[in-house]
Ligand binder design. Structure first.
Ligand code: ZN
Length: 340
């Protein structure tokens, strides 16, 4: 089969990979019908995260082609959406709703690599969720978004306790930040403030429910949020970038007793203990337990209540993956869909 392999930072190639096969009776093999490039794929691309002949991709929708003898919840022919973390969905951690920290958790990125024609999904019963039927083609990008960016943005807004009467501030106008805005609106937030300097993304942020846009960053961004909230700060803040500046901006924008949901994969961010101490806020974050939200998100998409698929602004054939990476690296594209 054809699949994306990153040889060294910046060197993305589509090449022949071994066809996946059932190894464990709990595995399923899926034919990937759509996949995409994630902001976190840019970490190895830019050399921040080690990479060496790594199979890429962790977002996927597809059709089950083969199921191991112990797979019960999905069957051959089902259209499925899966999380970017493999989970059994039965252990104590999964039962508590933190499938991304499952005792059998395994990252799809770097090992399975779903930017490919096929993929072997371990713990298929715990990882994959079938859709109610074959989706209309226009629903597919939205279902693909549920695999990571929507699920992650949703978790961030839930972790930040976005809800009725709340003011939510979202740091980051990438796909996850935009999805957190969509989630905050769905959860009933009264006011949603998006940090963005990018005109196209500001437009999309408003489309998904942002009521205010703040272009300032860092301490100036924090000051602006305070101004907009009577000096208090936001009840709920989402951090969806993962840099030192964005993280401290998010901490500073959260009011005392408020909630910060942080989902930007962060490297070398050092949070001064004394600042966190005196902030007096709740924090929850990390790799999102997307699997917890998948059944609900699939239904909302199926019923056309939400349309997260608009975050994809470039679609390319899988063979042109290298161009897709470049477009995202140069911020010419928010999110790139790849068609195997
Ligand atoms: Zn588990």
């Amino acid at each position: 089969m054809r699949g994306v392999v990153m040889h060294t930072p910046g060197d993305v190639r589509v090449e022949e990979r071994d066809d996946p096969r059932i190894v464990e009776p709990t595995d399923a093999i899926i034919r990937v019908t759509s996949t995409c490039i994630c902001g976190s794929d840019l970490w190895p691309y830019r050399g921040v995260e080690p990479v060496e002949h790594t199979p890429m991709g962790h977002e996927y929708v597809g059709v089950v082609e083969e199921a191991g003898s112990e797979v019960r919840n999905v069957k051959v022919g089902d259209f499925v959406v899966g999380s970017f973390v493999i989970s059994d969905n039965t252990c104590e951690i999964c039962q508590a709703g933190f499938q991304s920290k499952c005792v059998n958790a395994r990252m799809v990125a770097g090992t399975i690599g779903t930017q490919a024609e096929r993929a072997r999904i371990p713990f298929a019963d715990g990882t994959l969720v079938p859709t109610p039927g074959r989706p209309d083609p226009d629903l597919v990008p939205s279902l693909l978004a549920a695999s990571d960016v929507l699920g992650t943005g949703w978790f961030a807004s839930v972790a930040a306790e976005a809800g009725p009467g709340k003011t939510v501030a979202v740091v980051g106008d990438g796909a996850v930040g935009l999805m957190a805005i969509l989630a905050a609106r769905h959860l009933g937030a009264e006011r949603i403030i998006a940090f963005s300097r990018h005109p196209e993304r500001q437009k999309l942020a408003r489309y998904y429910g942002a009521t205010d846009i703040v272009e300032e960053r860092g301490d100036e961004g924090v000051a602006r949020i305070k101004e907009l909230t009577g000096g208090l700060g936001a009840h709920s803040v989402v951090e969806a970038v993962g840099t030192q500046e964005s993280f401290m901006q998010a901490v500073g924008a959260t009011r005392g007793g408020g909630h910060l949901g942080y989902v930007g994969v962060n490297y070398d961010v050092a949070i001064p203990g004394i600042e966190l101490f005196f902030a007096g806020i709740h924090t929850l974050g990390g790799p999102a337990p997307v699997r917890r939200f998948l059944p609900e998100l699939i239904q909302l998409i199926w019923d056309r209540t939400i349309d997260p698929g608009k975050v994809f602004d470039l679609t390319l054939p899988l063979d042109q993956a290298a161009e897709g990476y470049q477009a995202m690296d140069e911020r010419r594209a928010t999110k790139v869909l790849l068609q195997p």
